[in-house]
Design a protein around this ligand. Structure first.
Ligand SMILES: *Cc1c(COP(=O)(O)O)cnc(C)c1O
Length: 464
């Protein structure tokens, strides 16, 4: 009996077939041929194992697999995700989605040239560090500002500039891990500063800082905002204003690692009190460090605001060059900051603020409309109250009442399998499994993404 493998056509012969000629119109020859050889090897291997395969002479059976492989290669590693987790600032899902204005500004500078480091009035070299300064000064009340890659970088730069080989006094209650292994004591030592721990885990008093300051080598008092956890019960800490008094008296600098980057009144978002950047400055911190992509709702960036003399020293620190931001970041940050000139507009147009400020009634109306559309297609789904959170290591314990869709998997499959199918398509949808349902919180889903979300549900439930 002749070897069935002899029925497999040759590469050159296959490439002449119309199905392959169409592929060659769309993809480079080398990639088509490479995948075709893999498919043919695989076919021979399977035949060798005794598998029975049909249509061995038909080009279409090879072309289909080659096309699938070519398509798979087109899927980018970093791709769009619809966040249906209800965690507004989801660090794993890229934290803050940007406002349209910010995206537009990025597009403009990304596609062409810009005056990133060029002084247009003078016709000569300028500085990339001038761009957001006046807006940040206006919005925070600080004298000067510097933008770097993220708040962690801002803190390293501040400590390296102000306290290299010198002592930094920090409360033992603030020696925290901020996230992803970012720990204050390690950041301090990598910055070249020496940690002087003061007080205890639950109680730190002014006298503790005073004692450290009197040791003589302390140049900086560091206040770290406990943004990601709450401490309750028998506790005591020293307020920023009190530390500012001590810093003035001892002629040392007060650095405030605030993190969250809130620029609007939290009450306007329905949130409890949380210090704003402007409060840090008003209370007398010499330098305040915040993140650009937490409650500020901008691009990943570290924003350092404070006294001109100190910010100027940071700008001149050679380390600043290693932490510098890209033009697209500056463009997005400037456009986001501009929206804050009208706080009501900021809440309407900055996605993070809009998602937090959405009322449960607004979310409920959207959920009910989707439930109705899904039921028309025979999907077993209902709506239920739920709780969203701000996330991103901010507002621990704060709960945002919300509404969720609870989707049942098709019979014979599981909610886990449905959740996975939702994650694997395009756009990916990330929700969570509760019992035998896939739970989708619409607070964090942009209304523009509802149609793709429905399409993905239809695909994952295979209801066409
Ligand atoms: C989140 C946070 C940081 C780190 O901010 P990144 O921009 O992610 O580097 C630093 N300090 C505090 C208090 C924070 O909450």
């Amino acid at each position: 009996m002749p070897d069935v493998r002899s029925q497999i056509p040759g590469v050159d012969q296959l490439l002449l077939a119309p199905v392959f000629r169409r592929l060659l119109d769309r993809y480079p020859r080398a990639r088509v041929v490479g995948h075709l050889r893999d498919v043919m090897d695989d076919t021979r291997l399977r035949l060798g194992r005794g598998e029975e395969l049909d249509d061995l002479a038909a080009p279409i059976r090879y072309a289909r697999e080659v096309e699938r492989a070519l398509r798979r290669e087109e899927i980018p590693s970093l791709r769009q995700v619809i966040n249906a987790t209800g965690v507004v600032l989801h660090t794993n899902l890229g934290r803050a989605p940007l406002a349209w204005e910010a995206v537009e500004a990025m597009r403009r500078v990304a596609l062409g040239y810009s005056n990133l480091e060029y002084d247009l009035a003078e016709g000569r070299r300028g500085s990339r560090y001038t761009h957001c300064v006046s807006l940040l000064a206006e919005l925070t009340g600080a004298e000067d500002a510097l933008v770097v890659n993220n708040a962690a970088a801002g803190l390293v730069l501040a400590l390296n500039t102000l306290a290299q080989d010198r002592g930094v006094a920090v409360s033992r209650g603030e020696l925290i891990e901020i996230g992803g292994g970012f720990r204050i004591p390690e950041i301090l030592s990598r910055s070249g500063a020496q940690l002087r721990e003061v007080g205890t885990t639950n109680k730190t008093r002014l006298a503790d800082y005073l004692e450290a300051a009197e040791q003589g080598d302390v140049d900086v008092l560091l206040k770290v905002h406990r943004s990601n956890f709450r401490m309750t019960g028998f506790t005591e800490e020293v307020e920023v204003a009190t530390l500012a008094g001590l810093a003035a008296e001892r002629r040392v600098h007060l650095v405030y690692d605030l993190g969250t980057g809130l620029l609007v009144d939290p009450e306007s978002l329905g949130l409890p009190h949380e210090p704003r950047v402007s409060e840090g400055i008003a209370l007398g911190a010499h330098v305040v460090v915040v993140s650009g992509d937490k409650l500020l709702g901008g691009p990943q960036a570290g924003i350092v605001v404070g006294r001109t003399e100190l910010i100027e020293r940071m700008r001149r620190n050679p380390l600043c060059r290693a932490l510098r931001v890209d033009k697209a970041t500056i463009a997005a940050l400037e456009a986001t900051l501009r929206l804050y000139r009208d706080p009501e507009r900021a809440i309407r147009e900055i996605p993070v603020l809009r998602a937090i400020a959405a009322t449960p009634q607004e979310v409920e109306a959207r959920v009910r409309a989707l439930v109705e559309r899904l039921r028309e297609r025979g999907v077993t789904v209902d709506e239920a109250r739920g709780v969203s959170v701000v996330g991103g290591g901010t507002y621990p314990g704060a709960e945002l009442p919300t509404w969720t869709l609870r989707v049942a998997p098709v019979e014979g499959t599981s909610a886990e399998a449905l959740a996975r199918a939702m994650r694997m398509g395009d756009p990916a949808v990330v929700g969570r499994v509760e019992g035998d349902r896939l739970v989708l919180d619409l607070r964090t889903v942009d209304p523009m993404d509802e149609t793709p979300l429905l399409r993905r549900l239809r695909e994952a439930l295979a209801i066409g």
